[in-house]
Design a protein around this ligand. Structure first.
Ligand code: ATP
Length: 230
């Protein structure tokens, strides 16, 4: 599988009159790319992310992720597809405060039927990789914003997803924690993880992304590749 995302004539209308909120768009994202999606408020970034995550369906076109056409799947099949192939990290982490860091991270693995032992081993590996192993038994409420985002990213990666989607992952963080998460995304990109990062922050996009798509009024106004291989 060379292309992790393929969009073919994808458009989304929220209301039948007027122009679509997004598209029509045709582009693909290759394995190992770190794509930043930027653009002003209302330009369609979240709409695009929701379509790629299978959280919403396009009005027209085909959305193919990890080789599978997802826009025609049932809700049940989509939920399963997401658990197995897509990891998501959001601005506000969405961690479960009553579970420890380890349990938060291994939960999606257990939901896909991985044994507790294997899930714990994978969680341990990720905590080490992301530098949060000393918080393994802590509850998320005791951690800094940057640490919580690391936990959220570890949870997103526990099932080795083909695609990591990050929606304003530094949006709720102070500058130092934001740098921390930026470095984490850079490391993941270097390790070959395919990433789609939605952000208002052009410095973050420039630092982490090998390619940037700039949306204006639901269309791709710019599609640029970073010059240097980092
Ligand atoms: N559920 C919805 N129902 C109706 N219109 C919507 C809905 N979601 C988004 N829109 C409209 O679609 C357009 C694109 O919105 P979208 O949220 O994708 O933009 P965005 O670039 O993510 O904005 P922001 O940066 O503010 O989050 C906007 O005009 C928005 O008002």
């Amino acid at each position: 599988m060379h292309q992790v995302i393929e969009l073919e004539g994808v458009a989304k209308r929220y209301d039948s009159a007027g122009a679509p909120a997004l598209g029509p768009l045709t582009f693909s994202v290759a394995r190992g790319e770190a794509l930043a999606v930027t653009g002003p408020s209302g330009s369609g970034k979240s709409t695009l992310l929701n379509l790629v995550a299978g959280l919403d369906k396009p009005t027209d076109g085909a959305v193919i992720v990890a080789g599978r056409r997802i826009d025609q799947l049932s809700e049940h099949a989509l939920a399963r597809f997401r658990r197995e192939h897509i990891g998501m990290a959001f601005q506000f982490f969405n961690l479960l405060d009553d579970l420890t860091v380890t349990d938060n991270i291994q939960l999606p693995a257990q939901l896909t039927g991985t044994s507790r032992r294997k899930a714990a081993a994978r969680a341990g590996e990720l905590m080490e990789m992301l530098g949060i192993q000393k918080h393994a038994r802590a509850y998320p409420g005791r951690l800094s914003g940057g640490e919580r985002q690391r936990v959220a990213v570890a949870r997103a990666l526990v099932n080795r997803p083909a695609l990591l989607l990050a929606d304003e992952p530094t949006g709720a963080l102070d500058t130092a924690s934001g740098h921390d998460v930026r470095n984490l995304l850079m490391d993941l990109h270097r390790a070959g993880q395919t990433i789609v990062l939605v952000t208002h922050d052009l410095t973050l996009a420039e630092a982490c992304a090998s390619r940037t798509i700039h949306l204006v009024d639901g269309h791709v106004a710019l599609d640029t590749y970073a010059q240097a291989v980092r």
